[in-house]
Design a protein around this ligand. Structure first.
Ligand SMILES: Nc1ncnc2c1ncn2[C@@H]1O[C@H](COP(=O)(O)OP(=O)(O)OP(=O)(O)O)[C@@H](O)[C@H]1O
Ligand SMILES: [Mg+2]
Length: 258
């Protein structure tokens, strides 16, 4: 297991400063919450770590690995998985085939079509199917495994996205708003699930969420961004009582859920 160290990350989009010198650490085995108002830069941090974006400045180290030197398709092999704020599933493909995609980068730089041919005909089929079955059981997706992903309610699509991120057995997973679209009861299940991802699968978690009760309940530490800058970090209790955090949320109650 490895620590994630992000230092001095800067990213602009034209005139918009999305990240302005953001540093954060996630130690192996921790659950760390990353919060902040809309547009604070949370997803941009994920997009830099997962190599969708290249920051203008800063370093990202995962264990001994310089993440910014990795090709985007080497992230899975480096042990980093991520989910997407909008789930980004292949809507007409089944749930199980969407999850199988999460193993794609493990297979190297094969193009997706060649990869599909190999998994339906090749020797890798058995181990890949086993991995998919295990994660389907872990996330209780058995009943919908043959359903087209696009036919599922958004909350369930988000769970399929989590399965796709976990199927390659990463040591760190970046979860971008996994609670979006969930009912109150499902939110409580999600808190348990996030703990089980860490405790049962041994995966370190960096969690972006707007549901404050969830983040504060499940995180060992919380990092707060506002306008691309880190404004607070510490225990859930510390950040909830930090005047800078309350101010960033415009004095709104910290248990507000949007
Ligand atoms: N690809 C892009 N092109 C232009 N601007 C972008 C792009 N990605 C992000 N931004 C801008 O960067 C800033 C940070 O966006 P980001 O998506 O990281 O915020 P966030 O904290 O994830 O917000 P939310 O809680 O609404 O998801 C915003 O001003 C956003 O409009
Ligand atoms: Mg976002």
């Amino acid at each position: 297991m490895a620590d994630l160290n992000v230092a001095g990350l800067a990213k602009k989009f034209g005139g918009i400063v999305a990240l302005d010198g953001v540093s954060l650490t996630v130690k192996a085995g921790e659950i760390v919450g990353l919060i902040g108002p809309n547009g604070a830069g949370k997803t941009t941090v994920f997009n830099c770590i997962s190599r969708f974006y290249t920051p203008e400045e800063g370093e990202i180290k995962f264990g001994g690995v310089d993440v910014l030197r990795l090709a985007p398709d080497a992230l899975t092999s480096a042990g980093i998985g991520r989910t997407f704020q909008h789930a980004e599933l292949f809507k007409t493909m089944t749930v199980e085939d969407n999850i199988l995609i999460g193993l794609h980068n493990r297979a190297g730089r094969m193009n997706p079509l060649a990869y599909f041919v190999s998994i339906f005909t090749g020797v890798e089929d058995r181990t890949h199917r086993d991995a998919v079955n295990e994660i389907i059981d872990f996330l209780d997706l058995g009943e919908v495994r043959k359903a087209p992903a696009g036919s599922l309610p958004f909350g369930l699509q988000k769970r399929v996205d989590v399965a796709r991120a976990l199927v390659a057995a990463p040591s760190l997973v970046l979860l971008d708003e996994p609670a979006a679209g969930l009912t109150q009861g499902e939110l409580e299940d999600l808190a348990d699930l996030i703990r089980r991802i860490r405790d049962d699968l041994g995966v370190t978690v960096l969690l972006v969420e707007h549901h404050m009760n969830l983040v504060m309940g499940v995180s060992d530490r919380v990092v707060v961004l506002d306008f691309g800058k880190k404004i607070s970090e510490g225990t859930p209790e510390h950040v909830q009582n930090d005047p800078a955090v309350v101010e960033a949320y415009l004095g709104g109650p910290l248990d507000a859920e949007d």
